[in-house]
Design a binder for this molecule. Structure first.
Ligand code: NAG
Ligand code: NAG
Ligand code: NAG
Ligand code: NAG
Ligand code: NAG
Ligand code: NAG
Length: 837
């Protein structure tokens, strides 16, 4: 029984193990295959958001790649090559919401073409030359709210059935050949329908029956008819119709008569767009067509002409109920005051200021926003008066010459935004800005600005947040100019200049400042106090100046700084103090186009640059100063400086060690060195010197008795007398012993007599003298040593200490015996040896 159980459990184990083996293998094979496949299609389609959004834009694909996963919600398949849409064209993509098939050469759309992508919200079929359109093909798309069928060669909207698209909001069928704006009756059920775009079709006649469906739809519809050659509108066609917007740009031709447009009367629309934006110059307008403006009830009008056009005054009166008027290339020739009770916003672009009388725009009590740009004539500005709601004035790009702003803008207490940029010249008088405490934005860039200096002209602008004085040809002369701007966040003053000594205190009252742009102001030096009070500074722009250092940042608290632009200056390096002060979470630091010094003394700075490339703007544009190749700082290798340093340290250590060694050696062998000097000196002197003694006697002073009694007695006092040099007697006082030995003894004598005894062997001084004599004789290459053995000394000792055996053989060697007979022979031989040359 037990054995059986074991067997069973074993077999179970093996089978399990088998599974554990085969499953991973299969999984690997499967995923590799999938990855390979994935890779193929990766080349074709871009994964915009993984598993959600893909783009196969312009890949010349003739099929939908199988790797588009079923989870895809957004597929851009535009500019490919599909030709035919059938049921199997799309894989099952139940979550697909957005499908773009723009310009895919689709000619044939089957009834079941969209069966697998039934849940689409947006379908774009623009620019396909569809020849066959399955009647119910689109009708399956019940959830669609935006359908774009532009430029597909459509003549009739009822070529297909849209009955089930009850969620449809936007139908864009522009650039086709439709000749009617009529929608099928079932479109009445499109509850949320808001946009019918029929631009550039072939609609020339609009009859009452065509608009009957529109009447049943919501009143929030935008109807775009621009670019249709409308020649006739049946009376009553639009009567009582409510629209959100109607676009009639480029619809009315020169042949259209006032009567033909009568059908627009009774139309109620929030926003009316009219005019011409192409070839208007060539079309001789029938001015009557403008009368249609007077037939329509509208709140906003956008009247656009591509060439200058004078608006007749009776047409202006037809706009008097508008809340917003936008006029482009339109001049108003009315010179009387017209009250626009609802007018909140007026925008006049490319008009003529001369015939846009100030009287017209004054006293508009609801006017909030006034924009006048690009007027054709250079004009002197007069004034606006009594505009109690006005908070926004944009008079930019007008070549105005004006004073500002106490008389010019009177009765505008709510002014919040004033844009006088890109004009000719604005003079700000001392009290000019006194009356606008609510002003938040003042833009004067690109306009020559004259400011009364020494007056705090902006002291009342407590709410001013943005001030742009760039390119204003101002020379800042007084430090009071920014007094009172306690809320100012942005100050742009690029391309101006500063009087000497002013910079340090100019910004001290701007404690809320977050952005300061003083680029291109030819600043050479910034005093350290300049930014001291700007605790909230986030962006500092100093580009295009002549700064050589950034030391002004040293003591500042810059914790909030997010961007710092110091490009195009003359900065060669930045000190570690400043680098430390740059916050770690800074987002942009621009140092490009500075003559950075790339040398080993700058390694800290250069390493900083290399390590902060993610923060530095265009790090590849930070170049080295001196290099003729204009090499990039980021390519500089600071590690080679470390090597250099190491080499220098090692070499100097080495030198120190050698000096020590030499000193030690010198100390140890000083005696020998001294000895060499002595020899050398003696050698040199011997050439001039004559010998004054016959023999120099080297002896131990303990043998003095023998020397004086025997040697001196027998040699000096018997004829012929031999002159001996004895150190005790003949050495000159006041001279060092060694000099004496050399000068007097060895060199001053022709021969040297060495008196060897046990005392001699015991005396190191004698040994020294003897060695000196030996060396000397070696130098002079003559054997001039006479050795007298005074008493028997141990042979070993002699050999060891002197190498005497050499001399005992080579030189004269005499032994003193002491008895009278041998003495006679001794003295005779000694004399002979001394006198021998
Ligand atoms: C597009 O693909 C077809 C074949 O599918 C090929 O004949 C044609 O040359 C390709 N066109 C381009 C522009 O790659
Ligand atoms: C349209 O809706 C009707 C009723 O809900 C349904 O019977 C019909 O199949 C739908 N048409 C298509 C093409 O899905
Ligand atoms: C526009 O319609 C007219 C008839 O109303 C027709 O003569 C003309 O050929 C059409 N134009 C186009 C481009 O289809
Ligand atoms: C009208 O349609 C616009 C979009 O065209 C939409 O933003 C707005 O909310 C709609 N208003 C109403 C009242 O439905
Ligand atoms: C302006 O509105 C008033 C009242 O709503 C109306 O009587 C008047 O005709 C309108 N003027 C124009 C030009 O539409
Ligand atoms: C002022 O007008 C100019 C030109 O139209 C524009 O570029 C600028 O952004 C405006 N200034 C502000 C602060 O909006």
């Amino acid at each position: 029984m037990k054995t059986f159980m074991k067997l069973v459990s074993f077999s179970i184990m093996t089978s399990l193990r088998g599974h554990r083996i085969t499953f991973p293998v299969m999984w690997i094979i499967f995923t590799t295959a999938w990855a390979v496949k994935m890779n193929e299609d990766m080349e074709a389609c871009l994964e915009v958001i993984p598993s959600l959004q893909y783009s196969c834009f312009k890949r010349n694909l003739s099929y939908i790649p199988t790797t588009i996963p079923p989870s895809t919600q957004h597929l851009d398949f535009s500019f490919n090559d599909l030709t035919t849409l059938q049921r199997d064209t799309f894989p099952r993509l139940p979550l697909l919401r957005h499908l773009d098939l723009t310009r895919c050469h689709i000619q044939h759309i089957d009834n079941e073409a969209f069966f697998n992508v039934r849940n689409l919200s947006v379908l774009i079929l623009t620019g396909n030359p569809v020849k066959y359109f399955g009647r119910s093909s689109i009708n399956v798309l019940e959830k669609i709210y935006k359908l774009v069928l532009a430029d597909i060669g459509l003549f009739f909207l009822d070529r297909f059935n849209l009955r089930n698209l009850t969620n449809l909001k936007e139908l864009k069928i522009g650039t086709n050949r439709l000749f009617s704006l009529a929608l099928p009756t079932y479109a009445e059920n499109f509850k949320d329908f808001t946009l019918l775009d029929l631009h550039t079709n072939n609609i020339s006649v609009i009859r009452t029956v065509h608009t009957s469906v529109l009447r049943q739809m919501s009143s929030n519809l935008t109807l775009i008819l621009s670019g249709n050659p409308i020649s006739f509108i049946e009376t009553g066609a639009f009567n009582g119709l409510y629209l959100r917007e109607i676009n009639l740009l480029n619809t009315i031709s020169s042949t259209t008569t006032r009567e033909a447009l009568g059908g627009l009367s009774g139309l109620n629309v929030k926003k009316l767009k009219m005019g011409y934006f192409t070839e208007a110059g060539r079309i001789q307008m029938n001015p009557d067509y403008l009368d249609s403006i007077c037939f329509i009830n509208f709140q906003e009008i956008d009247f656009h002409h591509s060439t200058y056009f004078k608006l007749p005054s009776h047409i202006l009166l037809c706009m008097s109920n508008s809340s917003k008027i936008v006029l482009t290339n339109v001049g108003i020739i009315n010179r009387e005051h017209v009250y626009f009770p609802n007018l909140e916003e007026i925008v006049v672009v490319k008009g003529k200021m001369a015939i846009l009388p100030d009287v017209l725009l004054s006293h508009q009590h609801n006017l909030k926003k006034l924009v006048i740009n690009y007027n054709h004539q250079t004009t002197e500005f007069k004034s606006f008066d009594d505009l109690p709601s006005l908070d926004y004035i944009d008079l930019s790009h007008n070549e105005l010459i004006m004073n500002c702003c106490d008389i010019e803008f009177s009765g505008i207490p709510k002014l919040r935004y004033l844009n006088l940029s890109e004009n000719a010249r604005v003079k700000i008088r001392g009290l000019g800005l006194l009356n606008y405490p609510s002003l938040e934005i003042l833009d004067l860039h690109g306009t020559e600005v004259e400011i009364e200096h020494d007056v705090a002209v902006m002291q009342n602008l407590k709410n001013l947040k943005t001030l742009d004085l760039s390119h204003s040809q101002i020379i800042f002369k007084s430090i009071v100019i920014f007094y009172g701007l306690s809320s100012l966040k942005e100050l742009k003053m690029a391309d101006n200049s500063f009087a000497k000594g002013i910079f340090g205190q100019l910004f001290s009252s701007l404690t809320a400042l977050e952005l300061l742009d003083i680029s291109n102001c030819a600043i050479e030096d910034i005093p350290p106090t300049s930014f001291e009070d700007l605790h909230n500074l986030k962006n500092l722009i100093l580009s295009g100046n002549k700064l050589t250092t950034m030391d002004f940042l040293t003591g500042l608290s810059l914790s909030k700084l997010k961007s710092l632009h110091t490009d195009n200056n003359h900065i060669a390096s930045i000190s570690p103090n400043v680098l430390q002060n740059i916050p770690v979470d800074i987002l942009v630091f621009d140092l490009s186009f500075n003559p950075i010094e790339c040398s080993c003394s700058q390694t800290e700075f250069i390493s900083w640059i290399i390590n902060h490339q993610s923060v530095l703007k265009d790090p590849h544009l930070i170049s080295c100063k001196s290099s003729s190749l204009n090499s990039r700082v980021i390519n500089f290798d600071p590690t080679h400086c470390v090597h250099k340093k190491r080499v220098i340290i090692i070499v100097s250590l080495f030198a120190v060690v050698i000096v020590f060694l030499l000193a030690a050696l010198l100390y140890k062998y000083q005696f020998y060195i001294h000895y060499c000097f002595i020899l050398l000196r003696g050698y040199r002197m011997s050439r001039q010197q004559e010998c004054s003694y016959d023999a120099f006697v080297i002896y131990s002073s303990k043998d003095e008795t023998w020397v004086l009694n025997e040697l001196v007695e027998n040699l000096e006092n018997r004829p012929p007398p031999i002159q001996l040099c004895l150190h005790e007697r003949d050495f000159q006082a006041g001279k060092s012993i060694t000099s004496n030995i050399v000068d007097e003894g060895i060199m001053g004598s022709r021969k040297t007599i060495v008196v060897v005894s046990q005392h001699f062997l015991d005396s190191s001084w004698c040994q020294f003298e003897f060695e000196l004599a030996q060396s000397w004789l070696v130098l002079r290459r003559n054997a001039g040593i006479i050795i007298i053995i005074l008493e028997d000394v141990e042979g070993n000792n002699t050999r060891r200490l002197f190498g005497l055996h050499k001399y005992l053989r080579k030189n004269t060697y005499l032994k003193w015996k002491g008895n009278v007979v041998s003495n006679v022979r001794f003295w005779a031989r000694l004399r002979k040896a001394i006198l021998r040359n």
